[in-house]
Design a protein around this ligand. Structure first.
Ligand code: BG6
Length: 484
């Protein structure tokens, strides 16, 4: 493995919502791991900002517990944790009032890289931006990190973009879609644009169809309120699956540069055909003997919100006209698995006769678990008895192929937070991209609401509603099995 020198910057990171769930589960543990990796330059600080009545010592204790509970399970040196905690501070702040803002401004060092992480409800984004400006913290060098959901439709996303744009330039905004921080998602670009092998075949002439599955075994958990107002369409499809689709379908950008990549992704979203109602299936998980069904889970007996959605999409451009994309995502399914499968066409003619059967190459990119890639190739079955063909996988599990480096794949948040510090926006969504994704999503949701569309029930541990299987069967295709 080639060792590389990664630049180390000194920075201040302020986490609004510093005592919230995301800070506890993801942001603070991610920062600790980057600290251990030597990527927090001397003098860097992490400043929690929230309503809680805490001091620096209290925040250190809060962070220690978060890391003990949500670290990646690997042993760490307690001295390193103590050293990391030294870099922490806390300010009690009123996001909607005046208290605490002057204290925060006083804490920050002029001239240092400063990132403000908005890990709060979207209705506070504009309020925080305005106060950062008013209290002199919105400098041309400051960076704003924004969590999803970025709006719930085009109008609200536009309003958020406008409120942020009043005080910050687009080059300072880092809209997180944590799927873009996943190692295998970035690998998609490496595979497509770092190899000669795939790109010539990556089009409607050779690709029969593409499937994207993001399946979870968990239900909506403790987030029933939020989820019931969102559903799988807003929670997963509009952002995570849409981003995967963009990376799979986009044209090669001229360089791996933030705007070049994001321009190409935007073109994909804009080239999507409106989806026919018959090309979408919505589902809701039913109860089991042990577990409540969706409606009981969210405490809303008439809820029409979907916990599963599958759809067939068409991209109207030269590369993809005629190649369908099938996307599905849902909760309480058979296994936790996320993968993209590029299913190539059959050979135009079989020289081996009808008994050899027809075969297709399938390139599967596994996002989780067992991150890796698999290319199904057709070979001769060993032994006498004529030319019998069989499909075998050329399997590359990254952990096997790359050794310890791959076992230590950083969490998406580690990668994304360090990209903010380095000022690299490639893996973050630009404002026009988010708006385009909502512009595509809105009519679909409006149609469901106008028709009071009822999602179909599906069993926990299944592959979703039967109609989602029919969505492909009727085209003479089938989904790949959902399995761990
Ligand atoms: C989040 C969604 O953005 O992604 C959750 O709000 C979902 O509902 C989660 O469970 C899935 O992320 P991952 O990284 O576990 O696939």
């Amino acid at each position: 493995m080639v060792s590389r020198v990664i630049p180390v910057d000194t920075f201040d990171l302020v986490i609004f919502g510093g005592t919230g769930d995301l800070a506890r589960r993801k942001i603070l543990p991610a920062l600790f791991r980057r600290f251990v990796a030597g990527q927090m330059g001397p003098g860097s600080r992490v400043i929690g900002a929230a309503r809680a009545d805490l001091d620096a010592e209290g925040y250190r204790q809060f962070t220690r517990e978060a890391i003990e509970e949500f670290g990646n399970g690997k042993a760490y040196d307690p001295k390193e944790l103590d050293a990391f905690l030294e870099a922490l501070d806390f300010v009690t702040i009123d996001a909607l009032g005046e208290d605490g803002w002057a204290d925060l401004a006083k804490l920050l060092d002029v001239g240092k890289i400063t990132a403000f992480y908005f890990s709060v409800a979207p209705r506070l984004f504009g309020e925080l931006a305005e106060r950062l400006h008013r209290f002199g913290m919105a400098t041309p060098d400051s960076r704003i990190v924004i969590e999803k959901p970025f709006g719930r439709d085009l109008a609200s996303a536009r309003a958020l973009n406008e409120s942020l744009a009043q005080h910050f330039d687009e080059s300072q905004l880092y809209r997180i879609d944590h799927y873009l921080g996943k190692e295998t998602v970035q690998n998609l670009m490496a595979v497509r644009f770092g190899n000669m092998l795939f790109e010539p075949l990556w089009n409607a002439q050779y690709v029969d169809h593409i499937q994207i599955t993001v399946a979870e075994t968990v239900g909506v958990g403790g987030r029933g309120d939020y989820y019931d107002r969102s559903g799988a369409m807003r929670d997963m499809m509009q952002n995570h699956l849409m981003q995967l689709l963009c990376l799979i379908a986009m044209e090669p950008p001229a360089k791996f540069d933030p705007d070049a990549v994001r321009d190409e992704k935007l073109k994909v979203i804009r080239a999507l055909d409106p989806v026919e109602p018959g090309d979408i299936v919505r589902g809701q998980y039913s109860e089991t003997e042990e577990l409540p069904g969706y409606r009981a889970h969210v405490g809303h007996p008439d809820s029409r919100t979907e916990s599963f959605v599958a759809m067939k999409l068409k991209i109207s451009n030269w590369r993809w006209a005629g190649t369908p994309f099938y996307l599905r995502t849902g909760k309480r399914l058979r296994a936790r698995t996320s993968e993209i499968a590029v299913v190539f066409k059959e050979t135009p003619h079989s020289i081996f006769g009808p008994e050899a059967g027809r075969h297709r190459n399938i390139l599967t990119i596994r996002l989780q678990p067992n991150e890796g890639m698999d290319l199904g190739v057709t070979i001769k079955e060993p032994g006498p008895g004529g030319m019998r063909l069989v499909d075998v996988p050329l399997d590359m599990t990254f952990a096997d192929a790359l050794g310890p480096d791959a076992e230590d794949i950083p969490d998406a948040y580690e990668r994304l937070i360090m990209d903010v510090i380095r000022g690299n926006q490639t893996l973050f969504m630009r404002g026009d991209e988010v708006e385009a994704a909502w512009a595509w999503t809105d009519p679909i949701i409006e149609d469901w609401e106008a028709r009071r569309d009822e999602p179909q029930p599906y069993d926990t541990g299944s592959s979703g509603p039967d109609d989602s299987l029919a969505l492909m069967f009727r085209d003479g295709r089938r989904w790949r099995e959902i399995r761990a």
